[in-house]
Design a protein around this ligand. Structure first.
Ligand code: ADP
Length: 241
């Protein structure tokens, strides 16, 4: 199922964080939202997830207008910046929480929740840490717990806000590589936010370059290098070399 962002505008007071943004995310692809700080990347993720309502325009999941769906019915997996794990809960309970907020018809019976949470932790390759608390984990491990929690509802789209931002260079590289492999294995439609050109160009199938609340260009990494659509893209992508 494709997700279509159709002429979306998002205002905060008199300021437009998103200004007439249109974009289609294809089923199963890995998309990077790339742009400088303040260009509207996080706002676009939040509008997609239903955490913010567009001031104008619409979001379509296939043929369905997202405005008619509750946040639960949209079923978007969201990994927040800095993970946003519950500190007072164990790793297992953090992931089980994700399962407990599934829409009723997909929610597993209580007795099955722990086993399902363990399977999700195995999927993100951090089994064995279920009884730890977030403070006892490394940054990379926390990020994987956040991912397991986001995957708990078997979301239609997985959204990651600066997933590597808080990690040191080596862990960042490992997790980047792992995420690409994970995506290739599982095929989840995934959109991640970054302000790092290298990350976007190395990892994504397609890159959406944003500037001041607008989409400057959507293209695969090679096309962005070879045929930047605007002086902004040329300067921004050129920066990384
Ligand atoms: P990015 O993720 O690209 O750094 P954001 O989407 O976070 O950009 O923000 C885009 C612009 O919208 C910024 O100027 C930011 O200050 C503003 N903004 C975002 N959220 C709010 C809000 N809740 N209230 C007011 N302004 C906001």
């Amino acid at each position: 199922m494709d997700v279509r962002i159709d002429h979306v505008r998002k205002e905060f007071g008199r300021f437009a964080a998103l200004d007439d943004t249109s974009l289609t995310i294809h089923d199963g692809e890995l998309v990077a939202l790339l742009g400088p700080s303040g260009s509207g990347k996080t706002t676009l993720l939040r509008v997609l997830a239903g955490l913010e309502r567009p001031s104008a325009g619409r979001i379509l999941f296939g043929d369905q207008d997202a405005a008619s769906l509750s946040v639960q019915e949209r079923n978007i997996g969201f990994v927040f910046q800095h993970y946003a794990l519950f500190k007072h809960m164990t790793v297992l309970d953090n992931v089980a929480f994700g399962l407990s907020v599934c829409p009723a018809r997909r929610r597993p019976p209580r007795a099955e929740i722990a086993a399902r949470a363990r399977r999700l932790l195995a999927l993100v390759q951090i089994d064995g840490l279920d009884r730890r608390y977030p403070d006892q984990l490394s940054g990379g491990q926390r990020q994987r717990v956040a991912l397991a929690r986001a995957l708990a509802t078997d979301p239609r789209v997985l959204l990651l806000d600066e997933p590597f931002g808080a990690l040191d260079a080596r862990v960042r590289k490992d997790l980047r590589h792992w995420l690409r492999g994970f995506h290739d294995r599982t095929g989840h439609t995934t959109v991640f936010v970054t302000h790092d050109q290298d990350e976007a160009l190395e990892l994504a199938d397609r890159v959406v370059v944003m500037n001041a609340g607008r989409v400057e260009q959507v293209a695969d990494p090679d096309t962005l290098y070879d045929r930047p659509a605007s002086p902004f893209v040329f300067a921004f992508i050129g920066d990384s070399s």
